[in-house]
Design a protein around this ligand. Sequence first.
Ligand SMILES: [Zn+2]
Length: 434
Amino acid sequence: MKKYLHKNLLATFSVLSLLGATNTMAQVEKEWYCDSTLRMDMIFAGNSDSQSIFLDKMKVSQGWHGRRVNMNTLPLMGNGVICVKDAESQDTLYVHSFSTLFQEWQTTEEATRVSKSFENTFLIPMPRKEVYISIELKNIHNSTKSYFNYTINPLDNLIARHDSKKTLPHTYLHQSGDSKKKIDVVFVPDGYSAKEMKQFIKDCKESMKSIFAHTPFDKLKDRFNFIAVQVASEDSGVSIPQNGEWKNTCLGSHFNTFYSSRYLTTSNIQKLYDILDGIPCESIIILANTKEYGGGGIYNNYMLSSAQGRDYASVIVHEFGHSFAGLADEYYYDDQYVTMYPANIEPWEQNITTMVDFASKWQDMLPEGTQIPTIADGKEIYTKVGVYEGAGYQSKGVFRPVQDCRMKTNQAPGFCPVCQRAIGRLIEFLTHEN
Ligand SMILES: [Zn+2]
């Protein structure tokens, strides 16, 4: 009886919250955006000293699959921000943060010798009225180094409006609800031939299983949809330049990004969004059909990983930690002093600190009497929260929450308590119903 009553109460609550949410959404839509997406293809170009942002082209497609809650606030700062403001009132309507491969490249030695351009695509809700768009890129010192400003008139007849003739075949591997309320994660294949699509679906299922085996994703499965898009490449496998192997694949993914053997990325972002046209998409996982070890993940951009071979299941979750949750690497190099995180700046990533503003990080999770910095004693290495020196590629000046975590090694069994809390908070932010 008690059980029955509880079930009924739950049902009433769900219906009420559903009605409430629908009303809120309807009101907001009525105010400023349609149930459509404006795709903005941008070019970021420059070198280690200077950078510019260019608009390439814009296109409207049906359906808005991004978040409909907390639209005018940010959960994490990222290295760049795109902001939509009402042109008349200047009220912030939508804001979204991200990181880019371009900004990473700007820190390389190559960027001191040559200027290059990188594609970046942004999806924003299609406005009903004139809006003002700004894009800001920040450097490692957290100062804005580049601005892009533009006023969009929704009636501009040069915004393309053609619908895709045919959305590519796609399959739901996990569907917990309407894309308007859930986080839509899309798997995209690269280097799978037409004959290998079954293998791709198998690899997607394994990857999803690995993500859902990690806390807090295991407890929050009902906030996600996972979709697999099927698009075949001409060749099987992806390019491995260090071995002289180049393949013709739909996204042109390759290892040796920035001459690093295991760094696997693609620069064909517009092709990626062409593939995703018409498919709900808030987070992108590109699976490369290779056993070669490697991957890469960029916050609110995409992640790419080998779908087979050594430690692939751990690598996929690690990269998803970067691309979905904006977590930093907790590893560091002993023999190399790299400055990605200057000592006077508190990083925006939630799982590392320079102690400039530790109260904004995991200070509240420290057991009483914890020594700072905390000595790594080899005990309770995955769970004992402290302030361990060495993280974000730097052996000095940057600190991590535990001795070992999924964001540090492939051997760790999962995310540390600090990463778990950060992921949980982000999921709550993205799916919370007002
Ligand atoms: Zn961690």
